[in-house]
Each structure stands twice: as structure tokens, then as C-alpha cells.
Design a protein around this ligand. Sequence first.
Ligand SMILES: NC(=O)c1ccc[n+]([C@@H]2O[C@H](COP(=O)([O-])OP(=O)(O)OC[C@H]3O[C@@H](n4cnc5c(N)ncnc54)[C@H](O)[C@@H]3O)[C@@H](O)[C@H]2O)c1
Length: 460
Amino acid sequence: MKRNLFFILLATCLFVSCKKEASLQFIETPTPARSAGQTDVLQLTADPIPTVRVAFIGLGMRGPGAVDRMTHIDGVEIVALCDMVEENVKKVNRKLEEKGLPKALEFYGDENAWRKVTALPNVDLVYIATDWKHHAPIAIQAMKDGKHTAIEVPSALTMEDIWALINTSEQTRKHCIGLENCCYDFFELTTLNMVQHGLLGEIIHGEGAYIHGLQPYWDKYWENWRMDYNETHRGDLYPTHGLGPVCQAMNIHRGDKLNYLVSMDTKPIGNPAYIKEKTGRDVPNFRNGDHTCTLIYTENGKSILVEHNVTSPRPYNRMYQLTGTKGFANKYPVEGYALDQGEIDPEIASNHENLTAHRFVPQEVRAALMEKYKHPIVAEIEEKAKTVGGHGGMDFVMDYRLIYCLQNGLPLDMDVYDLAEWCCVIPLSEISLDNNSMPVQIPDFTRGAWNRLDKLTFAK
Ligand SMILES: NC(=O)c1ccc[n+]([C@@H]2O[C@H](COP(=O)([O-])OP(=O)(O)OC[C@H]3O[C@@H](n4cnc5c(N)ncnc54)[C@H](O)[C@@H]3O)[C@@H](O)[C@H]2O)c1
């Protein structure tokens, strides 16, 4: 009933709203009012939890790695494991036993078994790595059951779910974090530190992407959930790896905010051809285009380009480009920095004449810059992260920071508004695409508090 009401509201609001000037036209989606007494969760803190008891839901390709990483963090107990597939649960529990750790409680075989997990009294954090559609319902119930929640990306698929996660976190005062591991990549963190020290000047444009042919994985997803979602939905369905680190560098909802987006996609060729080849099935109405581009404009006059392509024969690429008034950073296909001459530390550049922003700085200058601006979090945990691993170590840094902040009662590095901003591109790009690339307004998910904090900080 509530769901229907939301869609009726959405439909009524899907009109071209004429602002003061006739040229300002957006498609708007509704922003629900806050309930009386409900306040935002910017810089949310909770009581310190010296030993964090974690329950994992979703143990397919991604989940078991997260369980393993958590076994390398002091003050973590793994108390429950849940998956649809019994063997997925048993396999992870055997690994715990092999490490000499206590066996976790097991839940499996029923699509609603997770409800028993979120209801457990001895759990502090519910860590969710299921298929996308289960993310938000599980997290919402977990917060209602008094648990902090960490959700794999993308954490929510619809505006209704995004607002429900925000409202539940605000009402329950429980953390709800989207597990955007790319924010913890060593290059992204180091570059963020350079940005926060002003090395690149003011960041005016950013680019991020998820360009990754998923052909080796399509048939490994549980019940084909990922291809099914691509078959039935148009839009950038995986925007957070590209968008998250760029938004952090631009201090989104910490002095700037995303205002609107426009999207354009190509026709679908690669994925329907894959389905035809593997199953013989024709899919004339496959929804998602091969390549989707989304442009976002911010309140402070900055732009972001996000791209999505999970089918074309291209090298893996998250783009991660930042254009600043004094310099430029680029991660793919080659990591590099280009800086205005005045911005290069004379000590670092002394042996290099003719440095110019028209070229990337030489390899040894880049290495020296990366050492000088190594992010304090990287400096603290780099070696262990590289040993434990998970996408080169960034997954471990993410989990380590999550547990550290919970143990010390600190605000988490990423909040539910980050989750909302990075995930809303999924439903809003679909609306833009279905309306000839019309601009779609991005709500202020903080409902008025986007300018209260002046920059992104990592609590110590
Ligand atoms: N951050 C990253 O780098 C990264 C990498 C890979 C995957 N992911 C994300 O991780 C999530 C999982 O992806 P995956 O590749 O492991 O998919 P997967 O299909 O291999 O695993 C999903 C698991 O969820 C389980 N599941 C589904 N419904 C459930 C329910 N109701 N209760 C309990 N378990 C349920 C399935 O049994 C399956 O084992 C996705 O959100 C994906 O986008 C993130």
C-alpha cells in the first residue's frame, strides 16, 4: 500500500516543473517530509562497541571475502552467517573453524531466514552482501531491530528505498553505510589528501566510471539477478565506484550538493547478444544500453561525468579523473598527475626542468608526490591491508575503518546521505533516459543540512 502511494506520488510529480525562468526545467521526484522529532544523522555517533559482533547476510562471490577480512581485525566476533544456499554458509563456517575461531550461527535455505538474523540479540553490525534487491529491505529491518548496517554497493535501487534507508537511520540513530571500497583505493585516498591540501586547486570537474565486461561472471550470480536487472532496467546501474571518490573530493553535502543530472545511453547490443548465444533466447526489449553516460551539475557550478558499461570489450576502467584549477589527477588507464609549475614542491621537482601541466609529471615525481601526500589512513594500515588483500587492500582498509569507528564511537567515514547521493543515479538516470535525456533534479537528501559541514573528514 505504502509502495503504491509512493509511485502515485512519483507519477504526479513527474511533471516538467517550470521554475522562475522558463529555461529552468527539471523532472522532480518527491522529497518526503521528516516526521516530527526526527533529525538528520550528519556526523552520527553511537556508543563505543569494544567488541563488534557481526552477522553476515549474503555469502556468494563477494561475502566470504568480507568474512575473511574481518577475521584479521582485533575486536571483531563473527556471530552469524546467512545465505540462501546451505553450502555457502557451511563453507565459510568451515573456514572460521580452520582458523581456530568459534563457529557462527547458521541460517540458510529460506528467502526470509535473514529476519531471524536481524532479530538476534547479540549482533551489533549486520553486513549485507546479497543481490541488489534484498539490500534495502534487510538493512531497514536490521536498523529497526537495533543494529548498525553496512550494505554492499549499490545499496539501494529506487528512490523509495533510498528515502526509507535515510528515514530509518534518522529515526533509529543507527549507522547505515554503503560499502564503497573504491573510496579506500590507495590512489584515490592519496589524491583526496592532495585535494584537501589544495595541491590541485579547486576541483571543478570529475569523472568516474564502471567499465567492466562481466561476461566471465554473468552465469555465476545467484539466480541470474544481475543480468535480469540489466534486462529490465535502463540507466547507470552501478554508479558508486565511479561517483563516490569524486563526490568525496568535491565535498558533496559538506558545502556543495548534487543538483541535477542528464543521461544518454547507446542501444543495447552486447548483453542481448550474450543471452542469445548462451540460451538461444531473443531479447528484443532488453532495457539497458551498452554504454550509459550521466552528467551531474552541482550547486557550486561543478560537473561530474559518470559512465557505465558492463559488456563492451574494453580494459577495466573506473576513470577517476579530477580537473582542478591548479592541477589534474587521473587513475585509468595510467595513474598520473599534471600540475601547474608553481604547485610542484621545489624539493620534489628540483631535477626536472620544464615541468608543465601539459604533460603528466615524470614517474619519480609522481612517486615522490604520492609518498609526501600519502593519506594518514593509508600510512597507518597499508602493509597489513596489502597482506590481507581484497582488491589490492582497499577492501580491508574499508572494513578496518568501519570497525575502528564503531569501536571508538566515532562518525563513520561515509554516511547514509553519501549512500543516497551515489545510488540515486540508478533510478534518476532511468527517468532521464526514458524522457529524452531531460534533466532530473537530485534531491537534497540531508533536507536542508548540505552546507552545515565544510568538508569531508575522517574521524580519529
Ligand atoms: N564493492 C565491490 O567491489 C563489489 C564486488 C563484487 C560484488 N559487489 C556487490 O556485492 C553484492 C553481492 O554480489 P556477488 O557477486 O557476491 O553476488 P552473488 O550472486 O555471487 O551472491 C549473492 C548471494 O546472496 C544470497 N542471497 C540472495 N538473497 C538472499 C536472502 N534473501 N537471504 C540470504 N542470502 C541471500 C545468494 O544466495 C548469493 O549467495 C552485490 O551487491 C554486488 O554488487 C561489490
